[in-house]
Design a protein around this ligand. Structure first.
Ligand SMILES: [Ca+2]
Length: 184
């Protein structure tokens, strides 16, 4: 049996702003996690109430652009770095999702004009972490970018990865969604 241990991670952002809404429903219970990044101190790490559970050191509350309200999380990505520990935000589930459960993840992303996707091999944008019942990492269900800004759909659990013909938008908000139903 696999279960999602509750890490929804996003990487990348020369400065991109994101709004997350994560919804889970199952046969016995349902919960929603959302982050709108409102009413928090601009320039501080985008953690805590209305923010991520774990934000990177370059993931900060901002008023530069907003999808809803007045604020978003701004992730500053320095050209050439991997972004690990710096340019990410994670949300943890209150309880694991076990076999047969479902999860919907949605994020609103804004990549500003001048954004450059050049990287090898891929850039991780929106991800759901999957572990086995012992808590050992199994892989991620992801939306990623290839090095020319095409959406890559990846299921590491099933060893499946597809590069689509669809490009990420630049200079406008876009809504990315992942739905997963976990096998028994
Ligand atoms: Ca907002």
């Amino acid at each position: 049996m696999t279960k999602a241990t509750g890490r929804l991670m996003s990487y990348r952002g020369l400065f991109f702003t994101i709004f997350f809404l994560l919804v889970f429903t199952g046969p016995a219970l349902a919960w929603t996690i959302s982050a709108n990044f409102e009413n928090r101190t601009v320039g501080q790490k985008a953690n805590g109430q209305s923010g991520f559970h774990e934000a990177g050191t370059a993931t900060l509350y901002s008023t530069d652009v907003a999808h809803g309200g007045a604020q978003s999380a701004k992730i500053t990505w320095t050209e050439g770095i991997t972004g690990f520990g710096i340019a990410h935000g994670a949300l943890n589930y209150p309880v694991p999702i076990t076999g047969g459960g479902e999860v919907w993840a949605r994020g609103y992303f804004y990549f500003p004009s001048g954004w450059d996707w050049t990287y090898s091999p891929v850039i991780k944008v929106l991800r759901i972490h999957v572990a086995n019942s012992a808590g050992t990492n199994v892989g991620y269900i992801s939306i990623m970018s290839n090095n020319s800004g095409k959406l890559v759909i990846s299921n590491e659990v099933a060893f499946y990865q597809l590069t689509t013909g669809t490009s990420f938008d630049i200079g406008q908000w876009q809504n990315l969604e992942i739905y997963v139903k976990f096998s028994l």
